[in-house]
Write a protein that binds this ligand. Structure first.
Ligand SMILES: *Cc1c(COP(=O)(O)O)cnc(C)c1O
Length: 406
């Protein structure tokens, strides 16, 4: 059997294949340079143009651009009036910002466990966590698979809750033929470089509610009701600050980049799905590697490709498999440490081990593999080869015959 790189063998790759990476072409660069030569660097015409481009893409009435996905979550919590005493139900299997945005507004995040097969927020667990103080649910389209929005909508309506989608993983996906971004009362996107399209840093909220959109436009600009460009157009110095807001503006430079990127999104999502099919087919042959479940009523946008290791078949922990794969040149990652286990949430809200068993047991076994549109066939094959090599070396069962190593 081929000696693992971690034991002194030859690595599958000499250079590390990252788990995610942006795609930026000459057209993107030209779009940014054009703005640099224009009159408006920050809030100019490109902000509304980018918002309208996203509106057209997801099919909502409104979109509000902000400085990053975390600001978008914060603006959503502000718009729906979350404050002290209010509870918002969130999943633990997400990036911390999903829960933090509730705390920013003085509210209490309440974690509800995930479905063990998809690791998406489980509607049954959500309903069990509802109290008279519950105001909203934030569903996370973890890895890019949309949650079961029909089930969540039924629960939200029954209890008069606002349904928010943290769709930072799922731009370009759909649920029962309906695009992500149109599935909840408010949907939140991030344009960080590892996400589907990038503006460096950036975020957006989509909604059909013009009042919520207006509240978020004021919130992103210090709580002021007009922006600099509107005042310039009106030839006026007058403005009013009506509430406490932040500087969460996205710049024209970034919006020009975002628009240029958005045009390429459908092709990029198709390429991600193609890579996923390639991985799925390969891992069907490896008993110790078990990709997450995907429902058949969704189009999965594959921000991430997450597998679970069957540790009963391996004489290694996830950490050892992780280190061995890194040594082979494969930039595996782990998404996520369950948010309720971070010291801040344990100390401030009293969460601890055992509170959310499905998320916690998944955390011991999950591994994120490289996934981004520019990955070549060779890159995908390297990742698969390295998994074969490491799983083969650590399997109790002699898998040499299956894998063809000798
Ligand atoms: C990336 C991400 C965020 C935060 O977005 P930023 O743009 O990095 O602030 C929030 N939630 C989820 C699920 C994310 O993946």
């Amino acid at each position: 059997m081929a000696r693992l790189a971690i034991d002194g063998g030859t690595p599958v790759r000499q250079t590390l294949l990252p788990y995610g990476r942006q795609t930026v072409d000459e057209g993107d660069i030209a779009a940014v340079v054009e703005v640099l030569r224009s009159d408006w660097l920050t809030t100019g015409p490109k902000v509304a143009e980018f918002e309208q481009a996203l509106v057209a893409f997801v099919g909502t009435k409104e979109a509000v651009a902000v400085s990053n996905g975390t600001a978008a979550l914060h603006a959503a919590m502000y718009a729906i009036g979350i404050g002290p005493g209010d509870e918002v139900i969130v999943p633990p299997m997400t990036f911390a910002a999903t829960a933090n945005c509730v705390v920013f507004q003085g509210g209490t995040p309440v974690f509800a466990d995930v479905d063990p097969d998809t690791l998406l927020l489980d509607p049954v667990q959500v309903e069990a966590k509802i109290t008279p103080r519950t105001k909203a649910i934030i569903a996370v389209d973890y890895t890019g698979q949309p949650c079961d929005y029909d089930a969540l909508r039924t629960i939200a309506d029954r209890h008069e809750l606002t349904l928010v989608a943290d769709a930072c993983h799922a731009l370009g996906g759909s649920y029962k033929g309906r695009p992500v971004g149109s599935l909840a009362d408010l949907s939140v996107f991030s344009f960080h470089p590892v996400k589907h399209i990038t503006t460096g840093e950036g975020g957006m909220i989509t909604t059909d509610d013009p009042e919520l959109a207006q509240r978020m436009r004021v919130f992103r600009n210090h709580g002021i009701t007009s922006d600099h460009r509107q005042r310039a157009q009106q030839g006026s110095w007058f403005y009013e600050m009506v509430d406490l807001g932040y500087n969460y503006r996205l710049t024209d430079l970034q919006c020009a980049l975002g628009m240029s990127q958005l045009r390429k999104l459908p092709g990029w999502v198709a390429r991600r799905q193609e890579i996923a099919r390639h991985y799925d087919a390969a891992f069907a042959e490896i008993p110790a590697v078990d990709p997450l479940g995907v429902r058949d009523d969704v189009s999965h946008a594959y921000h991430l490709y997450v597998t679970r290791l069957d540790l009963a078949q391996l004489r290694a922990t996830r950490a050892e498999v992780f280190t061995a794969l890194r040594a082979e040149g494969i930039g595996v990652n782990v998404h996520y440490i369950p948010v309720h286990l971070h010291p801040y949430y344990c100390n401030r809200f009293g969460y601890g081990k055992g509170d959310l068993p499905s998320a916690e047991s998944a955390y011991e076994r999950i591994l994120t593999l490289p996934m981004y549109p520019k990955m070549s066939e060779k890159d995908v094959e390297d990742a698969i080869l390295a998994i074969h090599k490491v799983a083969g070396a650590y399997s109790y069962v002699d898998q040499r015959t299956i894998f063809g190593f000798s």
